[in-house]
Design a protein. Sequence first.
Length: 358
Amino acid sequence: MRVRGIASALARVSQNCSSRLLEGRAPLIQPHSQRPAGVIDELTGKVVRATNDTLGAELPNVDLRQDFNFEDCETLKQACDDAGGILVFTNQAPDLTVQEHVEFAKIMAASDDTCVEPHAVSAGLPDAPEILEIVREANAGVVFGENWHSDNSFHERTGSYSILRGAEVPRLGVNDTLFSSTEDAYDGLSQTMQNLILDLNAYHSANRAYGGGHSGNSRAAMEATGTMRFRDHMPILETDVLQPVVSVHPRTGRRSIYVSPTFTTHIDGMQKEESNSILKFLYHHVARPEFCTRVSWVPNQVVMWDNRSLSHKGIADEVHERRVVQRVSIRGTSPMNHKGIQYSLTHKVVAAQAGLFD
Ligand code: SIN
C-alpha cells in the first residue's frame, strides 16, 4: 500500500516536472498583415486562405537539447494532440546542431517504440543522414513539398511526427508552412459522404512525387537545387501501397481523410474517372480555409506536427528568397481504418508512373 503510494507520488512529481514544458503555451502568431495577398493554390486554383487560428500551439520554453524522459515525451505528444497536431518550439538555441535535432527525434521515436525514418529518396545530409534538407533556391521554378501531402504515406509504416527546423528562414509571413486538419475536414463532411468514403482504400506512391518524367514533381524540384542528392538505391519507387481513405488516429481515435494529391494515385476498385472525381472533391475539401492554418517562420524555430491528423504544404509566395528547412520524420504504424484493418503491410502493386496533376 505504502509502496503504491510512493509510486503514484513519484509519478505525480514526474508529471509536474514534465508540465514545465508547457509553460508559456500560446496560440500561433498570425502575422496576417505581412502575408502577401492573392497567392493562388496550384491545385485548387483558388486563393490560399487559412482561417483556423485555433489550430496549433507555440511552446516557447522547450529546449530541444535537454534529456527528455518518457513522461516529457508523453506531455509533448498530449500537447500536440490538444493542439490538433502542431507544436511550434520557438527560442531554440541558435547553434542547435543537426545531430541535436536528430537526437530529439530519436527520443520522441523511442518513446513510441519506433525509430526515425531517413528519407527514402533524398540522401540526407552527409553528417546527419536522417535529415532531409529541403532547399528552395531563389527563383526556383518548382518547389519541393508545395502540394498537399502527409509525410511518408507511401511507406508501409507511414510518418507519425515530422520535426522541421528552419535553417534559412524567410522574412516573417512569407513562405509559411500551410497545414490542414484532415480530422476537422472529415468531421466537416456530411454523414452520407463520411459513410461513402469510410470503407474505401487508395494506393499511395513515392514514384508519383519522386519518379522521373514529370517536370512538376518533387524529383524535378530536387534536381533544380545544387545540393539535394538522391540515394543510390530507391526501391520505394517500385512499389505502391494501399492505405485506408479514412484512417483512425492511434492515440486519439479521431478519423482523418488520408489521401493527398502528392502521393495518392487512385482509389482501389474504381474506374479512373470515378476515383478522380472523389479524390478531387476530397483535395478541395481538405484545402478549405476553415480547416487550415499557416505556420510562419521565425529564426530559431522548430515545428513538430502529426501526419496522422494533418496534411501540409510549403507555400511559395516569395520565390525570390532562398529558403532552407531541415526535416526529421518518425516512423509510425500501418494506418488503420475504422474496423481496425491495416492494408499497407500486405497490399502492394507495381508503382504507377509519375505525374502530379493528371
Ligand atoms: C515538408 O513538406 O515537409 C516541408 C514543408 C515546407 O517546406 O514548409
